[in-house]
Design a protein around this ligand. Structure first.
Ligand SMILES: [Zn+2]
Length: 314
């Protein structure tokens, strides 16, 4: 088997390779890829969601995308990948994904709130990666190639780290990432489900649960945060060799517990700026990546304190 073409692991000193999306998409390109194109008034990027508690309630997806599953938006190319990857026909999936990064050009367009995703890569659960897709029937497990490679790598790191029979069901629970072509996601009550998650660069990930019940491993996010396991996991996320981390949203209660647990670890001082409180994150991490590998924050001068779930500048 060919050796993995690995990027060097990221450290706080790694040069950041994040780059802005440079390709100015044509109308034809946006019409082909952006599922909200018509609803946008035939503009490439959507209008940003309304801010503020009351106004957020008015945010809706286009009527065509007010639906429970997005599987029908998959392209033929995506279906073929999904089929081949789940049957193990592509060989080593991490090798495959690593080679694909950058080949399709830019994939995430506009901002995380107003964007769409070209050539989105489905995140696939296999024997190798300990990934668990929370709602596969909704088809919200699509990201950029860098996102797919990062999650594949993290899933394998979990398999390497959590050994022994008692840890056989420890897995990375993948919640919503993005629809096959990105765009607005429908939630409960007919409203928009997420402010972001439109461009394949945001992922909701469950907490790592060591010594999971062998007979009934959880199938939903849970609030229990094992500090040792999840601090280990966060360090892996920040140092993954595929995608720089812009921000991780988490509830302030959990951040406080992590701060106490990791206060003597020098990495805490480096990473803490990029772990921010966001309401509604008591049972999962919301991980936002940039366009390439590199140090946390992705670009010099990035200010994590300005990043929000409905962010107009990312
Ligand atoms: Zn999220």
């Amino acid at each position: 088997m060919n050796p993995l073409p690995m990027f060097p692991p990221c450290s706080p000193e790694s040069p950041t390779l994040d780059r802005p999306t440079t390709f100015e998409p044509s109308h034809y390109f946006c019409e082909k890829w952006n599922p909200d194109f018509t609803f946008n008034g035939r503009k490439c990027c959507s209008l940003p969601p309304l801010r503020g508690k009351r106004k957020r309630k008015l945010n809706r997806c286009s009527p065509q995308r007010t639906k429970k599953t997005y599987c029908e938006e998959m392209t033929q190319e995506q279906k073929e990948y999904s089929d081949a990857a789940s049957k193990g026909k592509l060989g080593d999936l991490l090798y495959f994904l690593t080679e694909k990064i950058g080949q399709s050009g830019d994939q995430a367009y506009c901002t995380v709130n107003t964007g769409f995703l070209a050539h989105g890569r489905q995140i696939i659960s296999t024997q190798e990666n300990r990934l668990f897709i929370r709602s596969p029937d909704r088809c919200l497990n699509f990201g950029t190639d860098a996102m797919a490679a990062m999650l594949e790598w993290l899933g394998r790191e979990i398999k390497i780290h959590f050994t022994g029979v008692q840890n056989i069901n420890v897995r990375l629970m993948i919640g919503d990432v993005a629809a096959p072509r990105g765009g607005c996601l429908y939630g409960r009550s007919g409203r928009r489900g997420h402010s972001s998650h439109t461009s394949g660069q945001d992922a909701d990930i469950g907490f790592i649960l060591p010594k999971t019940n062998l007979h009934y491993p959880p199938t939903q996010f849970t609030r229990r945060l094992d500090l040792e396991a999840n601090w280990w996991f966060l360090k892996k996320v920040f140092s993954n060799p595929y995608a720089c981390i812009k921000i991780i949203f988490l509830d302030r209660h959990h951040i406080h517990l992590l701060a106490q647990y990791a206060r003597n670890d020098p990495d805490w001082n480096t990473y803490r700026r990029f772990i921010r409180h966001m309401p509604g994150h008591q049972n999962h991490f919301h991980i936002r990546i940039g366009n390439g590998p590199g140090s946390p924050g992705c670009s010099p001068g990035f200010r994590p304190e300005l990043e929000s779930e409905d962010n107009a500048d990312s």
